[in-house]
Design a protein around this ligand. Structure first.
Ligand code: BJW
Ligand code: ZN
Length: 239
């Protein structure tokens, strides 16, 4: 029974790194990126998730992000987000690293979180350091400008070809290198450098547990694969 073995690995490890992707939010109603029903089936990443796309057509990019912000605002954390948050509050030594730009880990009460790909609910200037939380009900037509310097504001997310926030990436790598167990939930493991966190943990000797209903880039190096939805499989693992 991989569930029983995985529960024991997680209970016995004094340092655990948890790495989450879009799949953990799927049961909350947030679409994943790849696979059937994924965002990239309908929308082309290069037309929406690059700085070049934004420079070429900011209105189109803002429409897409406006739609996604509204969608996430109407979603709630699911049992997987909530179980992780409760587990972290109840024990020491867990570092949660997410690639997700939704705020469902935060809304579930997660005590600390490393966010590698930014946040849907923050705007930032495309030129200076200005940042702000998205004003409630904001509808960006025409695209908003920076109150500090007048350049276009953009979502504070990491697009293809952009660097990840250095402090977040370093903190994630340090946790991975010290981990005795690595729990991966709902990510294809296809996007780097984020996906490399799991490889770093594995190379440092961590036992690897993957929870995912589909195939992932980690399947061949996994110690324990739990095949199924996070909302069902994660809560009984964390007790
Ligand atoms: C469930 C479930 C349920 C379903 N329960 N599970 C070739 C090789 C290697 C790298 C590259 C390359 N060519 C280009 C690159 C670099 C590129 C990259 O990795 N590309 C690959 C796609 C090939 N990376 C970058 O560009 C990064 N930056 C960079 O490299 O900078 C270098 C640089 C150097 C010097 C100067 C400047 C730069 C940046 C990557 C940014 C990624 N951004 C996105 C969009 C964020 C904003 C937004 O959301 O709009 O981040 S892309 C998208 O993918 C998003 C995600 O965080 C990320 C990962 O996706 P995730 O979470 O894994 O989702 P899916 O859909 O792939 O998987 C979902 C999983 O859930 C599946 O397995 C399902 O089965 C499962 N699931 N239901 C549990 N109920
Ligand atoms: Zn500015």
């Amino acid at each position: 029974m991989p569930e029983v073995a995985a529960r024991a690995v997680l209970a016995e490890a004094s340092r655990v790194v948890v790495f989450t992707g879009a799949g953990i939010s799927a049961e909350s109603g947030v679409p994943t990126f790849r696979g059937p029903g994924g965002l990239w089936k309908t929308f082309k990443p290069e037309q929406l998730a690059t700085a070049e796309a934004f420079a070429k057509d900011p209105k189109l990019v803002w429409e897409w992000y406006g739609w996604r912000r509204a969608l996430v605002a109407g979603c709630e954390p699911n049992p997987a987000h909530r179980a992780l948050a409760a587990w972290m509050r109840a024990r020491q030594g867990v570092t949660l690293v997410t690639q997700n730009v939704d705020d469902l880990h935060e809304r579930a009460g997660t005590p600390s979180l490393i966010k590698l790909h930014g946040s849907l609910s923050v705007d930032r200037c495309s030129r200076c350091d200005y940042r702000r939380d998205v004003p409630p009900g904001a509808l960006y037509d025409p695209p908003p400008l920076c109150p500090a310097c007048g350049a276009p504001l953009r979502p504070d997310v990491v697009w293809f070809g952009e660097m990840l926030p250095e402090d977040q990436l370093v903190a994630a790598e340090q946790a991975a290198c010290r981990a005795e167990a690595c729990l991966v939930i709902g990510t294809s493991g296809a996007v780097y450098p984020a996906a490399g966190i799991v490889h770093a943990a594995r190379e440092a000797g961590a036992r690897l547990i993957v929870v995912d209903p589909g195939t992932t880039e980690y399947d061949r190096m996994t110690d324990l694969k739990l095949t199924g939805p996070a909302g069902e499989l994660v809560p009984p693992l964390l007790c």
